[in-house]
Design a binder for this molecule. Structure first.
Ligand code: SAM
Length: 331
């Protein structure tokens, strides 16, 4: 492993490359570029020591963060970019780092990218051991960032994809408000379903905020850099969909007492009985509002719901929204 910073041969600046290749930012791909090397270096620094690691960068665009990653001398760098217009600028970096970093360019939608195949040479670590030398880094497109993190939480819960190798760490950007929601502790005004989902499986840190003016074009909001480290012992070991369903029902009515939202988990004829029972089994106050419930208590509520599903199999597929739609549809 080499901790030394790698010097790249002189290259045109990212600003010059954008001009040279006429890389006009596309709104539909949420393209906002970072040109300031101090900021891209700081993002990569937030990932910890990546020298000798396998790094997957999502959405490298013209390659600002990519340069900062290469300077840290990873063993292998896989960049996954949907927009093929960036191929020449990425190939330039590939050439410049040849012999030092094994860089692969994937022109693909990250949602279709198979991390497990791409990382197949990495030895698998025990989940309870040290994290594997894998980092996912990306200035994510706003349009898919929340959806992506939910997909990855599911993969973490199933120990699949990049998490088939152990507790691979993520360093990602989100709209500042989303970053705050992911991190929001119990009783915080931003606490929501996303907060609990993230915290059930990961240690979430909002490392720093990048002002919107640092991007070209400037987005309407500031951007938060977040690290997510999968927990050695997640709060729940239950099917992801089940957890997601319980939380969705709870946070449907954020300001109402939780019992009211929880009742909707059950068909009308069982509501009274099972609503109360859920909170008794979980030992959670049914008068608390959803944002006043701790992550640990949510885990207990999910386990209690699972027990009720075992006893009353008819509730497993019950979904209040679907039922209502059916009713409305039948008029
Ligand atoms: N990393 C560059 C930077 O910091 O300057 C660009 C960041 S820009 C916010 C997001 C990048 O993600 C763009 O290059 C965009 O083309 C790419 N992108 C958008 N949707 C994507 C997807 N589904 N899969 C892979 N890349 C995507």
């Amino acid at each position: 492993m080499c901790a030394a910073v790698l010097r790249l041969p002189p290259l045109p600046t990212i600003r010059d490359l954008i001009r040279l290749y006429r890389l006009k930012a596309l709104k539909q791909l949420s393209q906002n570029f970072l040109l300031d090397e101090r900021i891209t270096d700081r993002i990569v620094k937030s990932a910890g020591d990546i020298s000798g690691h396998y790094v997957c960068e999502v959405g490298p665009g013209p390659g600002g963060i990519t340069r900062s990653i290469i300077k840290k001398h990873p063993r292998k760098l896989i960049v996954i970019e949907k927009d093929e217009r960036f191929l020449p600028t990425l190939e330039l970096l590939q050439e410049a780092s040849q012999g030092f970093v094994d860089m692969h360019i994937e022109i693909n939608d990250v949602r279709d990218f198979n991390f497990e195949n791409a990382l197949s040479e990495v030895p698998k670590e025990d989940w309870l051991g040290s994290p594997p030398p894998i980092n996912i880094i990306g200035n994510l497109p706003f349009s898919i960032s929340t959806n992506l993190v939910i997909r990855w939480l599911k993969a973490i819960s199933q120990k699949q994809s990049a998490w088939a190798f152990g507790r691979s760490k993520m360093t990602l950007t989100f709209q500042k408000e989303v970053a705050e929601r992911m991190k929001a502790p119990v009783t915080h005004k931003q606490r929501c379903r996303l907060s609990v989902m993230c915290q059930l499986w990961c240690n979430v840190k909002h490392k720093f905020t990048i002002p919107g003016r640092a991007f070209i074009p400037k987005p309407k909001v500031d951007v938060g850099v977040v690290t997510l480290e999968p927990l050695k012992e997640p709060f729940v070991d239950l099917p992801f969909e089940m957890v997601e369903k319980v939380l969705r029902h709870f946070f449907n009515m954020r300001q109402k007492i939780s019992l009211k939202s929880a009742l909707r988990l059950f068909p009308e004829e069982l509501r009274e009985e099972l609503g109360e029972k859920l909170f008794i089994l979980a030992d959670v106050d049914s008068n608390a509002r959803p944002f006043e419930i701790t992550t640990e208590e949510y885990a207990r509520l999910c386990y209690a719901y699972k027990l009720l599903c075992d006893d009353y199999p008819q509730i497993v597929d019950f979904d209040f929204r679907i039922r209502r739609k059916d009713i409305i549809g039948s008029y």
